[in-house]
Design a protein around this ligand. Structure first.
Ligand SMILES: Nc1nc2c(c(=O)[nH]1)N[C@H]1C(S)=C(S)[C@@H](COP(=O)(O)OP(=O)(O)OC[C@H]3O[C@@H](n4cnc5c(=O)[nH]c(N)nc54)[C@H](O)[C@@H]3O)O[C@H]1N2
Ligand SMILES: Nc1nc2c(c(=O)[nH]1)N[C@H]1C(S)=C(S)[C@@H](COP(=O)(O)OP(=O)(O)OC[C@H]3O[C@@H](n4cnc5c(=O)[nH]c(N)nc54)[C@H](O)[C@@H]3O)O[C@H]1N2
Ligand SMILES: [Mo]
Length: 738
């Protein structure tokens, strides 16, 4: 709570305080001051009093006035009048749009069953109502039905859910409104940053600058990354490994922990399930082989492991890399075992357990709002992937993307006929083998896209496009993080004839099942959701943010289990380095190393032709996935799609810095501009992701297949159904003709 009001007058402007949210896409809820004159956003600033970001904002938020008033923003609903992809559209009213959607989706339901419509979304946007919309219609198939391996955070969430019963995050005091000044907080002595670039990404509700904040207070870093990032350059240890081999590194580290007796016996005896089995597994593990596999330096790995193990407390902040190879789930199990066996679990400055504030889940990660009461058993049974991949049943209500793609392509177990696509431009960003996905989606009878811009996906597939608003044009509450709930306070009226996503779902939801949507407007719907916290939207609006009570060491206080017993919400009641659930599912119950699907070791026969290891998608500051390419302020700083190549590797292939090059493998090829980076192993390259060219031709889908490294990424997941190949493929490079 702040002493200042939520709105005031300043220099001829009305200042509205709020918390940022989507659109545009972002994983954060930064405190923001929006300056409004004549119902127009003039500028935004970070709110210095907000404990989350303490006044700081990134370039994307600062560029928001350009985004809100961009000439390309969709202004009204449209229907397609030419062929798909022909760029022929006609303006329609909201009523006509809703009527058509109701009619077409009802027809599909009657002919093929409601499960034949997918409800697909992107990452971290503020649309948790979409599950309810899907369920009100009768479809259990909600999630990311084009994102092989659910390759973002869900593999880690699933592993934590199974082994810990909860999700953990590195503690930078973010649960405490007093932050670093709270006497209960302890600054970690050591933090491992694993496959993650906090300053560029601010991923999953973890604000990157917190790492710099704790470094100023003494924390020393170990960074695990194939490139020397800004943060790696400031670390005590930078472990440069081969992309996709993180599982080998973590096995080597666990081996050191066990062999050198560096783990916390007292904690393990009381709270950990499976230490004897882990010790046994480590006897079989060959340290040198693991080091060789990850292209690491054995001595440095030993030193770094000792440093982490001896630091009290110590935290691990991990990133996307662990989700994006097929052995990611097993590697994640290994990484979390590090923080478990060192006793850095749910202690100040360690890896702490976070749950939705007051149980109010505004997160769209795992689906669920209305699942129990709105779906029939038959509908639930038709959720795709639950039989093939039982891990989708443990706390997860999403469909499996890989089985969804199979259903699209083969009609098995049943045919798919329609799709509601809200917040995803998957042909440019999420989708591996995007041209294969395009072909599969073109078979559908009816597709609705809800977005703010005419994206390649909307252009290629939409039969109806609905224009959504930014967060400045609506009310709501932010709840993607487990630390606090912040008000999304409307600063201006919607631009043109756009509507908030939440209102669109409320209005359409009412058509499918009025009883499931008993609210007259967004404020009532928000009040309903916030009821559990004991406050209304109006109260939240005025206080701008509210923090729930927070406690460390919840397992010692009986706060994690429904039965009120001490311990963790797992079958053994303990933190499971040996997972009883994985064992039941026929998955490896212990951490292990799984070689990526395609690599110099799994397919040595390809190394002559494709000698380089390819990783993709390291975040750049000005773009969120495929967004912001039309925002001049940001694009000027980063005009072209870049591939990062070691100068020696470039020279060997006759390539100079700034040349356009082809990157190619057995799946496909793409074209990027070469940028030198000496910090990679010469055998490794990295591309950016999410590129399309809004300035390009709509009928050519804005060139989105040209510089799209997903052309080289197969649709292929791991044994558990989690983890794709985005950060571990093989390839070759050569100069492109100009
Ligand atoms: N090669 C490679 N590919 C990757 C990755 C990688 O590392 N490498 N990363 C992957 C990861 S981790 C993820 S999560 C995916 C992300 O993939 P997506 O989440 O699908 O991201 P975008 O492609 O940007 O598509 C988002 C679309 O939603 C629109 N949008 C933004 N906010 C809102 C909103 O509030 N409402 C509505 N209606 N629309 C909105 C945007 O304009 C944009 O068109 O990409 C994945 N793709
Ligand atoms: N500006 C911006 N911010 C974003 C996004 C965005 O598109 N733009 N996307 C958001 C989303 S959805 C996500 S999931 C997060 C992701 O954010 P992060 O978790 O930070 O993930 P990346 O930036 O993809 O990769 C992080 C680091 O991993 C390294 N890396 C690549 N391959 C490997 C590997 O195999 N092993 C290891 N150990 N490291 C590897 C890369 O070089 C990079 O420095 O960012 C979120 N924030
Ligand atoms: Mo992501």
């Amino acid at each position: 709570m702040s002493e200042r009001p939520w709105t005031w007058e300043e220099d001829g402007c009305t200042v509205v305080r709020g918390n940022a949210r989507s659109a545009p896409g972002c994983h954060n809820n930064c405190g923001i001051l929006m300056y409004v004159k004549d119902d127009k956003i003039v500028k935004v600033e970070g709110d210095p009093e907000n404990p989350y970001n303490q006044g700081r904002l990134c370039s994307r938020c600062l560029a928001i006035p350009e985004y809100v008033y961009h000439k390309d923003r969709l202004q009204y609903p449209m229907k397609r009048v030419g062929e798909r992809g022909e760029n022929k559209w006609e303006r329609i009213s909201w009523d006509e749009a809703y009527d058509t959607i109701y009619e077409k989706f009802t027809e599909i339901k009657e002919n093929y069953g409601p499960w034949s419509v997918f409800f697909g979304q992107g990452t971290g946007r503020d649309i948790h109502q979409m599950t309810r919309l899907a369920y009100a219609y009768g479809s259990p198939n909600e999630g990311v039905p084009y994102f092989t391996g659910s390759s973002c955070y869900l593999p880690r969430i699933a592993s934590m859910g199974v082994c810990l019963g909860d999700a953990c995050v590195a503690d930078c005091s973010q649960f405490l409104p007093l932050r670093y000044d709270d006497p209960e907080y302890v600054v970690p002595e050591c933090m491992i940053i694993w496959g993650h670039n906090p300053q560029n990404a601010n991923a999953d509700g973890f604000f990157g600058h917190w790492v710099t904040d704790i470094m100023k207070r003494g924390t020393k870093l170990i960074v695990i990354d194939p490139q020397l990032t800004w943060i790696a350059a400031r670390a005590d240890y930078w472990l440069r490994i081969r992309p996709g081999s993180d599982g080998a590194l973590v096995m080597a580290m666990l081996k050191v922990m066990i062999d050198e007796d560096l783990y916390d016996h007292e904690f393990c005896d009381r709270w950990v399930n499976g230490m004897p089995e882990l010790i046994e597994r480590m006897k079989e593990c060959d340290f040198d082989e693991m080091v060789e596999r990850c292209w690491g330096d054995g001595e440095k790995i030993k030193e770094a492991t000792r440093f982490y193990a001896k630091s009290k407390p110590a935290a691990i902040q991990w990133g996307l890399a662990l989700d994006q190879f097929t052995g990611g789930q097993q590697a994640a199990h290994g990484v979390m075992s590090l923080w478990i066996i060192t006793g850095n679990l749910d202690v100040p400055g360690g890896n702490v357990i976070g749950r939705p504030c007051w149980g109010i889940a505004a997160s769209n990660w795992t689906g669920g709002w209305g699942y129990e009461e709105l779906l029939t058993q038959e509908q639930k049974d038709n959720r795709l992937g639950t039989k093939e991949y039982p891990l989708f049943n443990v706390g997860f209500l999403n469909m499996s993307p890989d089985i969804s793609i199979q259903a699209l392509e083969t009609g098995k177990p049943y045919e798919i006929h329609g799709a509601w696509l809200q917040t995803s431009n998957f042909l440019s960003g999420m989708g591996a083998q995007p041209q294969r996905l395009l072909k599969a989606y073109l078979k559908l009878d009816f597709i609705v896209v809800v977005d703010l811009f005419m994206t390649p996906t909307a252009m290629a597939l939409a039969d109806i496009i609905l224009p959504a608003t930014t967060f400045l044009e609506r009310i709501g509450f932010s709840g993607l993080n487990p630390y606090y709930i912040g008000a999304i306070n409307k600063a201006i009226e919607p631009v043109g004839d756009t509507r908030p996503d939440q209102q669109i779902m409320l209005e359409l939801g009412k058509r499918f099942n009025p009883e499931a949507w008993p609210w007259d407007n967004l404020e009532q719907m928000n009040d309903y959701a916030l009821e559990q916290g004991g406050f209304t939207y109006k109260e939240l609006q005025e206080s701008v943010w509210k923090y729930p009570e927070f406690e460390y060491r919840k397992y010692e206080k009986g706060l994690l289990r429904e039965d009120g017993e001490l311990g963790f919400n797992t079958p053994s009641g303990k933190a499971e380095v040996y997972s009883i659930i994985f064992e039941h599912m026929g998955l490896d119950p212990l951490p292990s190393y799984v070689e990526p699907y395609q690599s110099p070791y799994s397919n040595p026969e390809f190394t002559d032709e494709y000698p380089l290891v390819l990783t993709t998608g390291a975040r750049v500051p000005g773009f969120f996935h495929s967004e912001h390419r039309q925002i001049n302020k940001l694009r000027t700083l980063h005009p072209d799609p870049l591939v990062y190549v070691h100068p020696e590797t470039a020279a060997k292939n006759g390539i100079k810095e700034g040349d356009w090059i082809y990157i190619e493998n057995m799946i496909g090829k793409c074209k990027y501009k070469c940028s030198f980076n000496k910090t990679y192993d010469p055998r490794v390259i990295q591309t950016e992701h999410g590129w399309w060219f809004p300035e390009g031709k709509p009928e050519e889908l804005f060139g989105t297949f040209e510089s799209n490294s997903n052309n080289l990424i197969p649709i292929h997941t791991g044994k558990s159904g989690f983890g794709g190949c985005y950060k571990a493929m093989i390839c070759k490079i050569y100069k492109a003709e100009v």
